[in-house]
Write a protein that binds this ligand. Structure first.
Ligand code: RB5
Length: 151
């Protein structure tokens, strides 16, 4: 049976448990999950998995990505350095919806520390289920991210 598509996931050591739950949920929802997390001696530096996930999305190997670290901040910095990536750090479902509707975010970033944000599953579902609005004004601004002179 086919899947909905391939999702790249990754975390650092601070968010392995949360990432495993997210990966499990994604599989239950019918997505193929590629996990780029590599833990060595109990540590997984966020730039490593963050860059791999961002590259997998940028080069089209995966259609979306989900990244988690303690705060979500480190993963956002790393992922947004890769051209074509729009990684959105979402603490609640309103951010998740707006990051899709307005910014066509292709990577969802969440804090592994669950106390900082709404339940991961809630944010994930809203992010997956919200389409990009396709509005010309949002498209124009998204083009300007990678091409600052584009109008
Ligand atoms: C790891 O201790 C922590 O720095 C990391 O998970 C993340 O919050 C970085 O932005």
């Amino acid at each position: 049976m086919g899947t909905k598509g391939r999702v790249a996931v990754g975390s650092d050591h601070a968010a392995v448990e949360a990432k495993d739950k997210v990966a499990r949920r994604l599989r239950e929802l019918g997505w193929e999950v590629i996990d780029y997390t590599v833990v060595v001696d109990g540590k997984a530096d966020y730039p490593k998995a963050g860059r791999k996930v961002a590259l997998a999305v940028a080069n089209g190997d995966c259609c979306k990505g989900v990244l988690l670290c303690g705060t979500g901040l480190g993963m956002s910095y790393v992922a947004n350095r890769i051209g074509g990536v729009r990684a959105a750090l979402c603490l609640n479902s309103e951010y998740a919806a707006l990051s899709r509707e307005h910014n066509d975010a292709n990577i969802l970033v969440m804090p592994g520390r669950a106390t900082i944000c709404e339940p991961h599953e809630k944010i994930l579902r809203v992010w997956l289920d919200t389409p990009f609005s396709g509005d010309e004004r949002h498209l124009r601004r998204i083009r300007m991210i990678d091409e600052p002179d584009a109008e």
